[in-house]
Design a protein around this ligand. Structure first.
Ligand code: NAP
Length: 251
């Protein structure tokens, strides 16, 4: 990994779903920039251990905690772990799932499961960090939305609703806490090469590529760079925004 300035030294970041994909890339870049890391994962202990070791190699403190995004008590556990590492400065709401089906065939359970993890989970985690952040009158929160939350996508009514919901939540909470020094932003990745997009059919992949002006999928690091900017002091006057990281797909 390239040599980053240690502009986040002494801060602590909570990242949900940090074991794989985009969350892992975010954990690595924030650690490379000097931040201590607390990350959650759903159940893949081997991936979590690999990320924990790779983050620790940057010489920062790291805690990997199995914590379901839908569990309000788990949010408190992550905050407590961050407090032990110095405080809650940064939250990246990244944990997310898909359960794709055309709406006519989608069960209410598939709809609700995706909303519970992607949207309610981010709300519970945000709620848990706001009080400690208000106490220090500082903090940066980034929510992982999606280009699908901006444009919709056939077969993803549940996922699109969760990601559009995150944008509304980002802007609402940004308005609530801007005056106390807390910033809330969102990123909207397009199609990024992770396990999530590996699960796409070849036909869906070909159709998607045709919609990307850049002509290729993004990498998790492309998203991590934008998140690192949004949690840094360089973005001190940016709040309530949504940055698309999509090779031009949503323009
Ligand atoms: P991924 O490769 O499938 O990784 C998902 C991560 O979230 C894993 O660390 C997983 O933990 C964790 N996770 C899943 N369900 C969880 C739960 N209920 N509680 C706690 N952690 C949970 O996904 P990704 O592609 O990196 O996506 C990360 C985020 O970016 C998601 O919010 C996704 O919607 C968003 N996004 C992705 C893309 C894309 O093209 N990939 C595009 C736009 C937005 P385990 O390892 O334990 O399973």
């Amino acid at each position: 990994m390239q040599d980053y300035p240690k502009n986040l030294a002494g801060r602590c970041a909570i990242i949900t779903g940090g074991s794989r994909g985009i969350g892992r890339a975010v954990a690595l870049e924030l650690a490379a920039r000097g931040a201590n890391i607390v990350f959650s994962y759903a159940g893949n202990a081997a991936a979590a251990e690999k990320t924990r070791a790779d983050v620790a190699a940057f010489g920062v403190e790291v805690r990997a905690i199995q914590a379901n995004a839908t569990d309000p008590e788990a949010a408190g556990t992550l905050v407590d772990a961050a407090k032990e590492l110095g405080g809650v400065d940064i939250l990246v709401n990244n944990a997310g799932i898909t359960r794709d089906k055309l709406a006519a065939r989608m069960s209410a359970e598939d709809f609700e499961a995706v909303i519970a993890t992607n949207l309610t989970g981010a709300f519970l985690m945000t709620k848990a960090v706001l009080r400690p952040m208000m106490r220090t009158r500082a903090g940066a929160i980034v929510n992982l939305s999606s280009v699908v939350g901006l444009r919709g996508n056939a077969g993803q009514a549940n996922y699109a609703a969760s990601k559009a919901g995150l944008i509304g939540m980002t802007k609402s909470i940004a308005r609530e806490v801007a005056a106390v020094g807390i910033r809330v932003n969102a990123v909207a990745p397009g199609f990024i090469a992770t396990d999530m997009t590996d699960a796409m059919s070849e036909a869906a992949r070909t159709a998607t590529l045709a919609q990307i002006p850049a002509g290729h999928l993004g990498e998790p690091e492309d998203v991590a760079h934008a998140v690192a900017f949004l949690v840094s002091d360089e973005s001190a006057y940016i709040t309530g925004q949504v940055i698309a990281i999509d090779g031009g797909m949503s323009m």
